[in-house]
Design a protein around this ligand. Structure first.
Ligand code: 1CP
Length: 348
């Protein structure tokens, strides 16, 4: 029997990410903080999203809410992938019910060249929030995160959320030099955002390339992987496990690992044992319960959680999660029950 340690580097999450033995499978949920929690809706009342993300007391409270309620094995820093872009001075907002909206979409080389860089001094509040959080969290690890260049580029080029990413792909194929300059800039901004979080005490990071499943493997390798690799390698000597996630990425899983990840995030479209075969023994996996299953009766939900835990045993390490974020109308009690089941069923 292992004695619970108060060092997050010995936590189940960090150990599983490194492929080390664990006494239970760690579990957390993408978007675990947010609209599914009444306590979240209460503290966010009347405070715009970007302002919430830049207010350390609020960031700390919101980040801790799901840890207290669900007893998950990790906290994820409450922020958004566009926060560092706004901090650098790009004119954008997070519009309720829509998501990030950019005032002037980036469509040309001149637009790319006019984008600012991010200086770490512009996000001192992020370091403050992380410091306050790690002081409260004790042995529970804090996951820092950033958006990967492709997904950030999609918001900037389209001007907001997009289904088809048509302007983004038009730049990628039509003006590769502008595309590479844009992604190189975004890679620098995201690595600064990540480094600030890790230097302030985050114990792991997740690089979200949510929309990269829109690309073929060859295009991913040509236009995207080098830039994501630049973000992950910029962490350099900072010794934290790196999780890399996207939606609809069944064909990209090995390539996303090779971008420099320790853990490859898997959505719900591919079984975890098949994902393990695809990535091989080098990478741990994170995933992959369909968030819509949280609306189903307990019996099929329970069966699926157990199936995923069993399939995860074939991977180098397994972190239980959803295949994408918690849906806003999810009953939070179902999340708590899933955490209990994961802990019970996986206890070694
Ligand atoms: O008004 C509100 O309450 C805003 C809703 C909201 C929240 C709670 C947004 C707008 N972002 C967030 C928080 C957030 N965003 C977190 C932290 C909390 C947690 O996980 O518990 C994280 C990690 C993100 C990252 C993020 N933002 C991603 C990557 C993760 C993913 O879901 O794939 C993406 C794609 C975004 C963009 C974004 N921000 C907000 C929305 C609604 C969206 C998606 C819009 C779209 O469909 O394109």
């Amino acid at each position: 029997m292992t004695v619970a340690s108060s060092d997050p580097r010995d936590s189940a999450l960090v150990r599983a990410a490194r492929g080390q033995s664990v006494d239970h499978t760690p579990v957390w949920f993408m978007r675990q903080a947010g609209r599914s929690l009444p306590e979240y809706r209460k503290v966010r009342e009347g405070v715009p999203m970007l302002q919430s993300c830049r207010t350390p007391e609020l960031v700390t409270e919101i980040t801790l809410q799901p840890v207290r309620r669900h007893k998950v094995d990790a906290a994820i820093f409450f922020s958004d992938i566009v926060v560092p872009l706004a901090a650098a001075g790009i004119d954008l907002d997070i519009v309720p019910g829509t998501g990030p909206v950019v005032a002037s979409p980036v469509r040309s080389r001149a637009d790319v060249d006019a984008l600012p860089e991010l200086d770490p001094s512009q996000i001192d509040d992020i370091a403050t929030s992380v410091g306050m959080l790690t002081a409260e969290l004790g042995g529970t690890p804090l996951i820092g995160f950033a958006g990967a260049p492709f997904t950030l580029a999609s918001y900037l080029v389209e001007g907001g959320p997009s289904k088809n990413h048509e302007h983004t792909k038009a730049m990628m194929y039509g003006d590769p030099e502008a595309w590479n300059a844009l992604c190189a800039k975004l890679a620098r901004i995201s690595s600064t955002f990540l480094k600030v979080q890790v230097q302030a005490g985050a114990s792991a990071i997740q690089l979200f390339d949510s929309w990269v499943g829109a690309l073929s493997r060859v295009d991913y390798l040509t236009y995207v992987q080098p830039h994501s690799a630049a973000v992950l390698s910029a962490l350099g000597e900072l010794d934290v496990p790196r999780i890399h996630f996207g939606v609809g990425t069944g064909e990209l899983l090995p390539a996303m690992g090779e971008a420099g990840a320790d853990v490859v995030g898997v959505d719900f479209r591919i079984p975890l044992d098949e994902a393990a075969r695809r990535v091989g023994p080098t990478y741990a996996l994170q995933g992959n319960l369909d968030p819509a299953l949280l609306f189903a009766p307990w019996e099929p939900l329970r069966d699926k959680v157990i199936e995923i835990l069993d399939a995860g045993l074939g991977a180098r390490g397994h972190i239980f999660n959803l295949g994408h974020g918690v849906l806003p109308t999810t009953d939070p009690d179902m999340l708590t029950r899933v955490v209990e089941l994961v802990h019970e069923h996986s206890a070694r």
